[in-house]
Design a protein around this ligand. Sequence first.
Ligand SMILES: C[S@@+](CC[C@H](N)C(=O)[O-])C[C@H]1O[C@@H](n2cnc3c(N)ncnc32)[C@H](O)[C@@H]1O
Length: 247
Amino acid sequence: MRSLCYPQRAMTDQDPTSTEIPEPKQRRIRSFVLRMGRMTSGQQRALDELWPRCGLDYTPEVLNLETVFGRCAPRMIEIGFGTGEALFAYASAHPEMDCLGIEVHRPGAGHLLMQVGEHRLTNVRASCHDAVEVLTHQLAPASIDAVHIFFPDPWHKARHHKRRLIQPAFADLLARVIKPSGILRLATDWQHYAEHMRAVLDIHPSFRNLADDSGYMPRANDRPLTRFERRGHRLGHGVWDMAYERR
Ligand SMILES: C[S@@+](CC[C@H](N)C(=O)[O-])C[C@H]1O[C@@H](n2cnc3c(N)ncnc32)[C@H](O)[C@@H]1O
């Protein structure tokens, strides 16, 4: 199996003007920074009340998703769901699908569970853990029908590009868990990251780009305009949607 460590920059490659402390050689690079964002009382209450039913604690063991959801149904996962706007909209529109959201930011998970509770959705589960570890250890091969990754952190600066989630090693993880003919959907408001995603995925042997010659998909109607995307619009950013089929 290929190493799950993201490529590390050689020490000699270090920008001499950078004040960053170089990462020790074997430490895995994280695609996120854990923000200490404020948890509202509603989010905390939703976590307290609904986590026992809808939350998945991390253990490095393969999950039995039929047991987790209490049925056998097609499954989608959303990675980095933020406050869960897109995940909630998708799960509401697709009661026939089981939906697992993975997000490291706990207030975001609380926000998602508030909506799940208010609307009594039974097809949503949440994990508050690094998606790299969840995909590596908790999801069985070919167990997922669709993966959504909307507006992953773009890590704008060149010296941070290595922290981007979409990298060859992560594409291998996605290829492992998505079923043949399953779909990977992505969106970003940062053109350089869109091009980076395509550079990684267009040449990946397990994925086929479903777009026309432009390489990008029209904006999907079922993807709600999230707060994050609205902010991008205000800043004058474009949005690039992509979709790949697992070969
Ligand atoms: C820019 S936000 C976008 C949120 C949301 N998808 C939206 O469109 O509003 C990216 C999110 O990905 C989460 N994230 C980044 N890396 C992650 C990882 N390895 N595992 C789980 N969540 C991650 C961050 O905490 C953050 O909430």
